[in-house]
Write a protein that binds this ligand. Sequence first.
Ligand code: DGL
Length: 288
Amino acid sequence: MPYSKKIPRGRRTNGMSCDTIGVFDSGVGGLSVFREIRAALPDVDLVYVADSGHAPYGDRPGGFITRRAETIVEFFVDAGAKAIVVACNTASAVAIEALRSRFPIDIVAIEPAVKPAVALTRTGVVGVLATRQTIASERLARLIRQHGQGVRILVQPCPGLAELVERGDLDSPAAQALVAGFVAPLVAQGADTIVLGCTHYPFLVEAIRRAAGTGVTVIDPAAAVARELRRRLDTAQRLARRNAPGTETFWTSGDPGRVQPVVAQLWGKHVPVHALPAAFSLAPSLVT
Ligand code: DGL
């Protein structure tokens, strides 16, 4: 059913301007995409929603993830956001069709970089690290059917990795051991290219590289997503250029007191993190 509320033009609510781009993830992982968007579009106002109250998405039912994604997009649309980036492979895999059919706004998704990995591999073996939901998705199966011909694609679910990043634990011995348990079997089977199929994993890239060893290429699609967003906005000539740096605003459905230090760690500076209004942060009642 199409989204029925009238989208306000030029209205300012929740600290957003009409040139705002909304970016969201199950938690803080999508900041790996957010930083690339900031680099690609230095003068737009960016708003980030970390759905930390409901993270991780990776083992949630698809209906739950779709409802949360719809609610967060409503938050952005109500405030007049110009475009939205789903900085979450799991939500993109599960909910992107529902979001695009319901909301008349540009919505950019992310997906595991299978195509570039297939072009790069020399051993003919590619590893994909992702959540269980992404790995079970028809979208990933389709990507592999389309681009994986003649190459062995090893898909590796990584329960627990997103939670490490949510806690800000990027390199402890326990984090390194968990990462190595997922990465080493891929390398042992000949993978020379590893795709980061979850936006949390770029924050673990040092541990991933260490576990993979030299000679393995690690691919993060975040910069490509930011370029795609810029291309769409440029094509539509929908960005009012200005000569001042854009702002960043951070919201969470979790406890801002717990999320703020991790946002500061990953974003590289202390910034306020606001509590999402209750209407946008409660768990969906209809869970399928
Ligand atoms: N960052 C997310 C992704 O890209 C989801 C991690 C999770 O919440 O399980 O898939």
